[in-house]
Design a protein around this ligand. Structure first.
Ligand SMILES: NC(=O)c1ccc[n+]([C@@H]2O[C@H](COP(=O)([O-])OP(=O)(O)OC[C@H]3O[C@@H](n4cnc5c(N)ncnc54)[C@H](OP(=O)(O)O)[C@@H]3O)[C@@H](O)[C@H]2O)c1
Length: 244
C-alpha cells in the first residue's frame, strides 16, 4: 500500500522526499567521494520499501559517476507486488545531468526493468542527447544547468506523483533550496568519516544568515541497526501536501 503522504493534492510537481544515510558527523561518503557502508540490513530494507512505493527514484550525475548505482528494487517480493499493481518492476530511474555526461553503459541503463528518465539542459551536446534517447526518456529543462522546477513539472506530467531523491550532496541541497522537497528521512549511523572534502548530507552554496535556513519539523525517530532514522517534514517547501 502506498504511504498516505502521497496525497499531494493540486500540486504541479510530485510529492518529493530525500532519503540518505550519513555518518554521525554528517558525511555521506569519504573524502575520495567513494560510497561507504553506513547503515545495516534493516535500513537497506527500509530504503528498498521506499523505492518500491515510489514512482521515481532520482540522483544527480555526481552520484552516477561516483557510485554507478542501479537504483533497482532489491526484493523480488516487492517487485512482484509492483507488477501485480500494474507497474514496472522498478520505479523510473531519473538522473539530473545538465551536460549529458552519463555513460551509456551506466548500471541504471543496464540493470532492472523499468523506465529511465535523464534530465539535461540546453547545453548538453546534441549527439549525446540523441544517443541517450535510445536508452531513456530525455527531458530538456534549463539553459546551462537543469531547471529543477521545470523538471519537477515535467516529471509530474509523466505520471511521477511520488519522487524519492537519493542524493548526492549537491542535488539534495539544490532540491531543498528550490522548495521542491516535502520530507526528509536520514539514517544516522555509528561511524565518523571526517574530512573537509567529504560530501555532507547537503552541500551546495549553503546560507549566510539563520533567517535563510530551511526549517524542518521532526515527525519521527526510530532506532535502527546501530543508528537512528530521523524523519523530518520540510516547513518551507513551495507547497505542503497533506499528510494523513
Ligand atoms: N550516503 C548516501 O546516502 C549517498 C547517496 C547518494 C550519493 N552519495 C555520495 O554523494 C556523492 C555525490 O554527490 P555530489 O554532490 O558530488 O553529486 P550529485 O549531487 O549526485 O550530483 C550533482 C550534479 O548534478 C548536476 N546538476 C544539474 N543540474 C543541477 C541543479 N540545478 N542543481 C544541482 N545540481 C545539478 C550537476 O552536474 P552537471 O553540471 O554536470 O549537470 C551537479 O554537479 C558521492 O560521493 C556519493 O557516494 C551518498
Amino acid at each position: 500500500m502506498r504511504p498516505p503522504c502521497l496525497r499531494a493534492y493540486g500540486m504541479d510537481r510530485p510529492f518529493t522526499f530525500i532519503n540518505s544515510a550519513m555518518s554521525a558527523d554528517g558525511k555521506i561518503s569519504t573524502k575520495k567521494r567513494r560510497q561507504v557502508k553506513i547503515s545495516g540490513n534493516a535500513d537497506f530494507d527500509r530504503v528498498d520499501e521506499l523505492r518500491a512505493t515510489s514512482d521515481g527514484v532520482m540522483v544527480g550525475i555526481g552520484t552516477i559517476l561516483a557510485d554507478d548505482p542501479s537504483l533497482t528494487v532489491k526484493s523480488e517480493e516487492r517487485r512482484k507486488r509492483r507488477v501485480a499493481d500494474g507497474k514496472d518492476e522498478n520505479p523510473a530511474r531519473i538522473v539530473v545531468d545538465s551536460k549529458a555526461r552519463i555513460p551509456l553503459t551506466a548500471d541504471v541503463f543496464k540493470k532492472g526493468v523499468g523506465k529511465r528518465i535523464v534530465i539535461v539542459s540546453k547545453a548538453a551536446p546534441t549527439e549525446k542527447v540523441e544517443a541517450l534517447k535510445e536508452k531513456a526518456d530525455v527531458i530538456v529543462a534549463g539553459d546551462h544547468e537543469v531547471d529543477l522546477k521545470e523538471m519537477a513539472r515535467g516529471l509530474k506530467k509523466r505520471g511521477i506523483d511520488r519522487l524519492m531523491v537519493e542524493g548526492g550532496a549537491t542535488l539534495n541541497w539544490a532540491m531543498a533550496r528550490a522548495g521542491l522537497v516535502d520530507e526528509i528521512s536520514v539514517f544516522v549511523g555509528n561511524i565518523i568519516i571526517g574530512g573537509r572534502e567529504a560530501p555532507t548530507f547537503m552541500d551546495g552554496e549553503g546560507i549566510s544568515d539563520r533567517a535563510d535556513a530551511i526549517e524542518l519539523e521532526l515527525k519521527k525517530y526510530e532506532p535502527m541497526d546501530e543508528g537512528i532514522v530521523l524523519t523530518w517534514r520540510v516547513r518551507s517547501s513551495d507547497s505542503r501536501p497533506t499528510t494523513a
